[in-house]
Design a protein around this ligand. Structure first.
Ligand SMILES: [Zn+2]
Length: 341
């Protein structure tokens, strides 16, 4: 549309031509022409700049969609048929430990050695189940089965080492780049992503959840992981994060989803569980609930209010995220741009 505007201006400039007759008029005319030219050049620059801005924003928008780490949801029927049953839990555990899609790890194992059916040393010298180059294995090796030996032929060691390498390669922000790091070929990245999509149709992006409380309540009092229980005074695994806030503070859905649970649940007290498809979020110790079971909710919608019900030392929100039924670090699911930044 901008080139059209330039054309109209040129047309307006043409009108000036026949008016030029005397010397003074010609001088004025030359000045006018100069002005018109400056305007035309200016308009062309503006047009080019706006095209560039639109183009670059589209490109970066695409990039944001593509360059985001993800975990994978439940295995498809194809995955269950294709992946040996002793390997599947190892891929799932590696996803929880390293934050790397289990389906991507399974796809790499499939493409590299067909799950161990073809583990001969490759022409390039790669070894083991996940076909590491020896020097790369040295760099990223993990003792997945904790037997004191780093063995590229052991499934736990090899798969955890691959997950560790993908994590170090930036899987959480650029999964394709991390896979490219593994084997430097575009076709390889595409093949892995294709297999991963067949193994699990659900790719759950990390870092796109909203903060579950108003922005002034951003302090995490107790994080995810092993800790000393504040009431029982013994070590246990804390499967979520605790965010203190006064009773009655509104609690919001972190992503679009459906209400899976909206009543008492043991130590969690009154709580809401939302199903996001492959991933669930839990909001515990509430004083009240505003949503019905089965109801569809939008990200940011108020679903209840902070309380201290169940086993709790004071008013706070306990927030958990589960992927494939396994607890996952909630901080990874909350957008960096929301309250926790
Ligand atoms: Zn808690």
């Amino acid at each position: 549309m901008n080139p059209m505007m330039v054309a109209i201006r040129v047309g307006a400039g043409d009108k000036i031509w026949p008016l030029a007759s005397s010397g003074k008029e010609r001088e004025n005319f030359a000045l006018r022409i100069e002005h018109v030219l400056v305007i035309i050049v200016g308009l062309i620059l503006v047009a080019l700049l706006s095209c560039f801005l639109i183009f670059s924003s589209v490109i970066s928008g695409l990039g944001n969609g593509r360059n985001q780490g993800f975990r994978s949801g439940a295995p498809t029927a194809f995955a269950v048929a294709d992946i040996p049953p002793q390997f599947l839990p190892v891929f799932l555990r590696a996803q929880e430990k390293y934050g790397v899609s289990w389906a991507v790890l399974a796809a790499i194992c499939r493409v590299e050695t067909e799950f161990g059916k073809n583990v001969a040393v490759s022409e390039a010298g790669a070894i083991g189940l996940m076909q590491f180059m020896p020097a790369t294995f040295e760099q990223y090796k993990q003792d997945g089965d904790s037997d004191g030996v780093y063995d590229p032929h052991n499934p736990r060691d090899a798969i955890y080492s691959a997950a560790n390498m993908l994590k170090a390669g930036g899987f959480s922000t650029d999964p394709r780049g991390a896979i490219f790091n593994y084997n430097h070929a575009r076709w390889y990245v595409n093949k892995i992503m294709d297999f991963a999509a067949q193994y699990s149709s659900m790719a759950i992006p990390v870092g796109n959840g909203l903060w579950p409380l108003p922005a002034q309540h951003i302090r995490i009092e107790s994080g995810y992981g092993t800790r000393r229980h504040p009431i029982r005074q013994r070590y246990h695994f804390h499967d979520g994060i605790d965010i203190p806030a006064p009773v009655g503070t509104p609690v919001m859905a972190v992503q679009d989803g459906r209400v899976d649970w909206n009543r008492e649940k043991g130590e969690y007290g009154l709580c809401v569980v939302l199903d996001h498809g492959g991933c669930r979020s839990l909001y515990a110790h509430l004083s009240g609930i505003t949503v019905k079971s089965g109801e569809a909710v939008k990200a940011g919608q108020v679903i209840g209010f902070v309380g201290s019900t169940g086993l709790s030392t004071g008013p706070h929100l306990h927030f958990s995220v589960y992927v494939n039924g396994q607890p996952s670090n909630p901080e990874e699911w909350l957008a960096a741009s929301s309250g926790n930044s």
